[in-house]
Design a protein around this ligand. Structure first.
Ligand code: NAD
Length: 483
């Protein structure tokens, strides 16, 4: 299987190659096959991308928002027309099954383009009366924004960052994860076909050092990163040196609280979605499932039955429900966590090891009797490994759920209306669900608190993160100077 792009980078409206950059092999994780090779951006490529973005941004910001929006809507239409091919490429890049990539990845990217295309023309300032004088405000674009992506939702991340950035008049230089470099290049192609002027969306490939070069460039006004907490700390610090705006979408160890009165079937289904979708490689996953003792036996029974029935295998077969992890190193990391959980005394309910002959497959795995101090209850595993913990009381569950450095997401399952809202109010998390889990429509703000990040993607909230306010005082009479 070959998925070689026309060139490694997309700069100033066209593909660009520079083989002087270190090669990066793109591996299809279901087979281990090398499907493409791209080259890391050299300083010359980074310079070309930033220079082109800087050149293009002013005229773009000066356009009528409806005219910018029309281009983004055209790009969304092209994505939907080509979803089948794009989903296949996403599957090759990530190993995620077609069953998911057909409905979740590019389609949610198209949603973001449509949403921000619709929203941008409604963004206005305010007028503040001061008697004779007045102040008005203008929401201006920030300028050149850098987007840096993780490998788990490469094309969705590229769209979620570029859609608000472009709709609101910014330019973007996007660096995909070195593990999944292919989708963002397709997005650049589609934008160009939709009529986006050259330079407004550039893609440069590379590892952390290329990201570092982008983040510290004086022409950059904002950095939006999706990645792990340690990377976020480095990128946030580097951006701070230039007092740049940041959005940090980082890791999590999110809790799902299942109370005795919850629907077992719904809670089990949500816990599975929140641990096994994308083979568990989802930042907002609810990887600490706190189950009240009265419902524990019924919950574990259904969870074991339904988890054992998950169809693993060839991600290109639409009947496959779970594919491999993204890479051999991710598989090794996840398998090590599973062994640690066993040695620390968690009870293995199902799964617990590698699956298949080749490829990076790990069985959907459930551990029960997990306690708060165990490694799998504290660290982000980023694989199909669910930790089930018991609890007695609401207060206890809230306190234990909050006892983590992370604060990305949280879920509550209960039939008690007032308890649902009371518990959600007490949980320290940026993105929450009641009797649902991991649904992330573009209309809803998404992001974390504590170490899980700052800023929000999606929803009206994203407007504040891709614009800045200019305040204009208008004097309507003589200047009253005491001199
Ligand atoms: P990562 O932190 O290893 O890498 C993320 C990106 O940062 C990559 O493109 C990488 O090349 C780049 N990078 C690394 N060091 C850098 C540096 N010093 N300067 C600039 N860029 C640098 O993360 P990953 O392994 O690709 O993705 C998994 C992580 O992402 C998990 O922790 C997951 O929770 C998180 N994630 C968060 C969200 C969210 O929205 N909150 C979504 C998806 C994934």
């Amino acid at each position: 299987m070959i998925a070689q792009p026309k060139a490694s980078h997309f700069v100033d409206g066209s593909y660009l190659e520079d083989k002087a950059g270190a090669p990066i092999e793109v591996i299809y994780p279901a087979t281990g096959e090398v499907i493409a090779v791209v080259h890391e951006a050299t300083p010359a490529v980074v310079e070309a991308a930033l220079a082109s973005a800087t050149r293009a941004q002013g005229a773009w910001a000066a356009m009528r928002p409806v005219d910018r929006a029309r281009i983004l809507r055209r790009a969304a239409d092209l994505i939907r027309e080509r979803n089948q091919d794009l989903a296949r490429l996403e599957t090759l890049d990530t190993g995620k099954p077609l069953q998911e990539t057909l409905v979740a990845d590019w389609p949610s990217g198209a949603d973001a383009l449509e949403y921000f295309a619709g929203l941008a023309p409604t963004v206005t300032g305010e007028t503040i009366p001061l008697g004779r004088d007045f102040v008005y405000t203008i929401r201006e674009a920030l300028g050149v924004c850098v987007g840096i992506g993780a490998w788990n939702y490469p094309s969705q991340i590229a769209c979620w960052k570029s859609a608000p950035a472009l709709a609101l008049g910014n330019a973007m230089v996007f660096k995909p994860s070195e593990v999944t470099p292919l989708g963002a290049l397709k997005l650049a192609e589609i934008f160009t076909e939709a009529g986006l002027p050259a330079g407004l969306f550039n893609v440069v490939q590379g590892r952390g050092s290329v990201g570092g070069a982008l983040v510290t460039d004086p022409r950059v006004a904002k950095v939006s990163l999706t990645g792990s907490v340690p990377t976020g700390q480095k990128v946030y610090a580097a951006a701070a040196a230039g007092v740049r705006h940041v959005t940090m979408e980082l890791g999590g160890k999110s809790p799902i609280l299942v109370f005795d009165d919850a629907s077992v079937e719904d809670a089990v289904g949500a816990a599975m979605l929140g641990n096994f979708y994308s083979a568990g490689q989802v930042c907002s996953n609810g990887t600490r499932v706190f189950v009240q003792k009265g419902i524990k036996a019924a919950f574990l029974k259904r969870l074991a039955e339904r988890s054992a029935a998950i169809v693993m295998g060839d991600p290109l077969n639409e009947a496959t429900q779970m594919g491999p992890l993204v890479s051999a190193s991710q598989r090794a990391k996840v398998l090590a966590y599973i062994e640690t959980a066993k040695s620390e005394g968690a009870t293995l309910i199902t799964g617990g090891g590698q699956a298949g002959q080749g490829g990076c497959f790990v069985q959907p795995t459930v551990f029960a009797d997990v306690t708060d101090g165990m490694t799998i209850a504290r660290e982000e595993v980023f694989g199909p490994v669910m930790a089930v913990l018991d609890f007695d009381t609401e207060d206890e569950a809230i306190a234990r759920a909050n006892a983590t450095e992370f604060g990305l997401a949280a879920g509550v399952f209960t039939a008690d209306l007032t308890r649902a809202h009371r518990v959600i109010a007490a949980l320290q998390a940026g993105t929450c669900w009641i009797n649902a889990y991991n649904l992330t429509p573009v209309e809803a703000p998404f992001g974390g608190v504590k170490s899980s990040g700052v800023g929000r993607e999606n929803g009206h909230a994203a407007v504040a993160h891709y614009t800045q306010v200019k305040s204009v005082y208008v004097g309507m009479g003589p200047v009253d100077a005491p001199y």
